[in-house]
Design a protein around this ligand. Sequence first.
Ligand code: PEP
Length: 274
Amino acid sequence: MSGQKSSLRPIVVAANWKMHKLRSEALEYLEDLGTWMDDHPEGLGTRVEVVVSPPFTSLELAVEHRPPNARIYAQNMHFADQGAFTGEVSPAMLRDLGVDGVLLGHSERRAQFNEHDAALGEKVVAAAEFGLRPMLCVGETLEERQGGHAEEVVRDQLETALGDLDVIKATSSGLSIAYEPVWAIGTGETATPQLAQEMHAFIRDTLSSIFTAEIAERIPVLYGGSVKPENAHELLSQPDIDGALVGGAALEVDSFSGIVAAGLDVVSGSEARA
Ligand code: PEP
C-alpha cells in the first residue's frame, strides 16, 4: 500500500437521517445545506460527493430541493419491481421519484428487521438494474470482533451480497461500500483511524477477489460509526477510507458540513502533494 489517497475514487460524505425529520425540518436542512454547498463550490460534486439519505416520507421533497451536486439515497427498498409486499417500496418506485441511490443492509436493518445477506444480494442486483446506486453496509458486532472474527464476518457479508453482481455493473452502477463496525454506531465510540484503515484495506482485497483489482480500486469504501467534524479529517486521510456514512452528526447542517469540509481539505492536501 502506498499510503497515498487514490485519485481514482472521490471522497463520499453521506448523511443518514434514519427515522428523523418531518418534511418542514427536511426542507430547512436541504436549503441550509444547499446554501453551504453553494458557498463551497471548489471540488464539490467532483472530488467530494455529498449524499443525503432521508426517510421515505421526505424523499420526493429531497429530490425536488436537492442541494447542488448532492445525491439523494433511500434507506432501504425491496428487490422486486412490484408485487404483494405490503409496506415495502420497490426500486422502480424510487427511480420514479428521481432518487439516485439506496443504502442496503444498514446494521439497524440487519439487527432489528431481519435483513439477511441473501436478500441483500438480490437488492444489490435490483438496484443496479434500475439505475440506483447501491451503498452496501457491512460490519461486525463487538462480540464478533472480540472473538477474532471481524474479517471473516465482513468477508462473508461482502461475498454473499455482491456475489451475483455482474462485474461490469460493479463500477457502472456507482456501487459503494460502507464499513460500519456495529459497536461504533451511535455509541460515540469510533474505530481508530488505524483499525478502520486495516479493515478498509481488507475490504478492498476482498473486492479484488470478488471482482478484479482494477474494479476494487474504483469502488469507494466509506467508514461509518460516530464520525464527527473533530475526527473526520484523520479518518478521511487514511488511504483506503474514501468517505463517511454519518448518522448522529449528520442531523444538523453545521456538523455535517464540517465533515464535508474535512473531506474537501483532505482532497486539496493530497492534490497539493501529488
Ligand atoms: C449510521 O447510522 O450509519 C451511523 C454511522 O451512525 P452514527 O454516525 O450516529 O454512529
